[in-house]
Design a protein around this ligand. Structure first.
Ligand SMILES: [Cu+2]
Length: 336
């Protein structure tokens, strides 16, 4: 059976190359891009649909390619379709739950014998280094379509344009000395690791608060996030019921939860239970403090005072060290 399938695939590939028109595929100029860095992706269109001029180019944005900005082209109308991200993206301290999923350049005229390029800019995140990202594309002509949507990776006549993701310089990789890997399930690419402990631990009754940090935001960013771990050394549960900071008009405790197949954040209106004898971690992509209606940007290297109120342990004000926009842990590694 396997032999038969490979023979079929080979026959199809041969037929495609003999036919000629499919011998030059639509491809991406970029072969590799770095995770976590804004990057340009260029779709190269080498011919029309079986001799006809291309009038519309549709480019599908892969999961994990965030904050997409399409580049307009003279002579073409630009439109985009937005949709929810499977995993939200922290963009300079602002949580983005949706963005551009398809870009369409239409109303153009690219002769069969001409060549053109179509460009978008964005940032890859929440993906594994070494994985392949596909940008399925369609060319529409007056009477036909050239289809570049096959993401199987096989020898097919219509492979989707693709590139390989490589490790960037983000906080994940800057943490040379930390062995986060052993206990964490490998291979899911969310990059959220155990928090660094020992950064100005605060004790409040039976609770220990540690590794508290925030992330820098852009001027005029509406929201910011706060992260820490809370250990309950006592024998009864406690509950985080209040968050307050002078830099925000309103603050909440949020969780990330699946709604259908989309990850969304929502306020924990009943507060966050800190079970006896356990540690609850607030971290990017999971539970977090949400500072809304920010009245001043959060500046990297500074601190922001946040008051947390617990049902039993009471209130405490602690400084959150403001790290880089993509910080994944408190920056002050006092235990080193
Ligand atoms: Cu939130």
């Amino acid at each position: 059976m396997k032999t038969l399938l490979s023979t079929l695939a080979l026959t199809t590939a041969l037929a495609a190359s003999v036919a000629g028109t499919a011998s030059a595929h639509a491809t991406l100029e970029q072969r590799e891009v770095r995770l976590g860095e804004a990057t340009k992706i260029t779709l190269r269109v080498p011919h029309g649909c079986d001799g006809e001029a291309t009038e519309t180019v549709r480019l599908t944005i892969p999961e994990g390619f965030y904050n997409v900005q399409p580049m307009p082209k003279a002579g073409w109308q630009l439109s985009t379709t937005t949709g929810a991200y499977a995993t939200p993206y922290m963009n300079h301290g602002t949580e983005m739950t949706e963005g551009v999923r398809e870009v369409v350049w239409s109303g153009g005229h690219l002769e069969d014998g001409w060549y053109d390029e179509f460009t978008v800019r964005g940032t890859f995140a929440h993906a594994e280094a070494g994985s392949t990202a596909h940008f399925p594309a369609l060319q529409e002509c007056a009477n036909g379509v050239a289809d570049w949507t096959d993401t199987s990776g096989g020898q097919v006549p219509n492979p989707a344009p693709k590139l390989v993701l490589v490790a960037g310089d983000d906080a994940d990789h800057a943490h040379g000395g930390h062995d986060h890997g052993a206990a964490a399930p490998a291979g899911h690419g969310h990059g959220d690791h155990a928090m660094d402990m020992g950064t100005g631990d605060v004790t409040l009754g039976a609770l220990t608060l540690s590794g508290a940090y925030s992330r820098a935001t852009l001027p005029n960013a509406p929201v910011g996030g706060g992260f820490l771990s809370i250990t309950n050394t006592g024998s009864s549960d406690d509950r985080l019921i209040g968050v307050e900071t002078a830099v925000a008009g309103h603050s909440e405790v949020h969780e990330m939860a699946m709604e259908g197949d989309v990850m969304k954040m929502r306020a924990l209106t009943e507060g966050l239970v800190i079970p006896a004898g356990e540690t609850v971690e607030l971290k990017p992509g999971g539970l977090h403090l949400m500072f809304m209606k920010l009245n001043t940007p959060l500046v990297e290297g500074e601190t922001v005072d946040v008051t947390l109120t617990f049902e039993h342990a009471g209130s405490v004000t602690l400084p959150l060290a403001i790290g880089a926009p993509n910080a994944k842990a408190a920056q002050d590694h006092a235990h080193h």
